[in-house]
Design a protein around this ligand. Structure first.
Ligand SMILES: *[C@@H]1O[C@H](CO)[C@@H](O)[C@H](O)[C@H]1NC(C)=O
Ligand SMILES: *[C@@H]1O[C@H](CO)[C@@H](O)[C@H](O)[C@H]1NC(C)=O
Ligand SMILES: *[C@@H]1O[C@H](CO)[C@@H](O)[C@H](O)[C@H]1NC(C)=O
Ligand SMILES: *[C@@H]1O[C@H](CO)[C@@H](O)[C@H](O)[C@H]1NC(C)=O
Length: 320
């Protein structure tokens, strides 16, 4: 475009050259922000309520919503039992998905069915260069392992309600997830019990290493042990923006009903640096709702959380 201008006027040409040489390097962040989505919307997957009541069949713990909102994302609940067409439409409207922790089946439940559909859509989209990140926490981590391996590979561990330090692997050096973490926080994560574990099942390191599918798909960033079984605690996929933590980054800042949830300054920073990482991944996705009306109807702002603490593991939940 600039080439056509100098034919008209040498002055304009000099202006253009000046602009190209001296001003444009400064335009770069502006240009890249045009390709960055600063209004990311992330889906959080609902799951079956343990004892269902009329109009209370599925829930999302509010801490996952706060976690994402704290880093500059808005949230859309991904309901269970929707049609494949509905899920495909939603997939093309949102910029990432989070599979929360919980207690439903990872082999057969509404949660599993939706997780599988979004996982397959994400793999397909990312393979053709359409960025779409996915994150699994605790049950969501176990769900990801099941989706990738198509096998039931978990081992029982004594890890229901313990904060642990992360045992980082050598892979941490070139990880995407921890790249922007401050060195001091990495040190605290490695030495202080900042990551809350609430799970009876884990993926043993030996199991991952003996499963070709998992081994070639996931880079193991940290491990932990219950004293008997060494298990995988943090992963990122080598070739896809797919991430998992067996522990709960969202709880430190937002859940208070259990005495073993860490709330130290470094524990709170852990929540926010993890959220910041995943939301920055979602900013690379350019999916959007077809209309503003569709977007506003889908947002979690249409629902009010209910206070369920101190009896529950969660302070607040959204019921659907
Ligand atoms: C369930 O929700 C529907 C629609 O929101 C409402 O009309 C109905 O009264 C509710 N039923 C109960 C038992 O709360
Ligand atoms: C989902 O469908 C199953 C079986 O069709 C049903 O039992 C369950 O109550 C439904 N849950 C929700 C949240 O719609
Ligand atoms: C499980 O771990 C806790 C510490 O987190 C310990 O007190 C308890 O004895 C362990 N139980 C078993 C059966 O190993
Ligand atoms: C950390 O992981 C290494 C490598 O698997 C293992 O040798 C070491 O015992 C682990 N340390 C702890 C504290 O779990």
């Amino acid at each position: 475009m600039a080439i056509l201008v100098p034919a008209k006027s040498g002055f304009t040409f000099r202006i253009m050259i000046f602009f190209l040489l001296f001003v444009c390097p400064m335009c770069l962040p502006f240009y890249s922000s045009a390709k960055r989505n600063d209004r990311p919307i992330i889906g959080v997957l609902a799951q079956e309520v343990y004892s269902q009541k009329p109009n209370q069949t599925a829930y999302i713990a509010a801490s996952y919503v706060k976690f994402l909102e704290s880093a500059g994302a808005r949230v859309v609940p991904v309901m269970i039992n929707q049609t494949l067409e509905e899920y495909k439409k939603l997939f093309n409207s949102i910029n990432g998905i989070l599979y929360p922790g919980g207690g439903v089946s990872i082999i057969s439940s509404g949660y599993e069915r939706a997780a599988k559909i979004f996982y397959e859509l994400a793999i397909e989209a990312n393979s053709r260069g359409d960025y779409f990140p996915a994150w699994g926490t605790c049950l969501g981590f176990e769900q990801l392992m099941h989706l990738t391996s198509e096998k039931t590979l978990l081992s029982q561990t004594n890890t229901s309600g313990v904060p642990l330090p992360l045992n980082f692997t050598n892979e941490i050096k070139d990880s995407r997830m921890f790249k922007d973490f401050p060195a001091l926080l990495m040190e605290d994560l490695a030495t202080e019990a900042l990551t809350e574990n609430s799970h009876k099942w884990s993926l043993a390191v030996l199991t991952l290493n003996s499963n070709e599918e998992l081994k070639k798909f996931y880079k193991v960033l940290s491990t932990n042990t219950d004293g008997k079984v060494e298990f995988v605690s943090t992963v990122e996929a080598y070739d896809y923006p797919i991430y998992g933590t067996q522990w709960h980054p969202e709880k430190n800042a937002f859940e208070w009903t259990r005495p073993y949830i860490p709330h130290s300054p470094s524990a709170i920073k852990t929540t926010f640096y993890m959220a910041q990482f995943f939301v920055s991944e979602a900013r690379k996705s350019l999916h959007k709702f077809q209309t503003e009306e569709e977007e506003s109807k889908a947002l979690i702002y249409n629902y009010s959380p209910v206070y369920t603490g101190p009896k529950s593991a969660f302070e607040q939940i959204f019921l659907f």
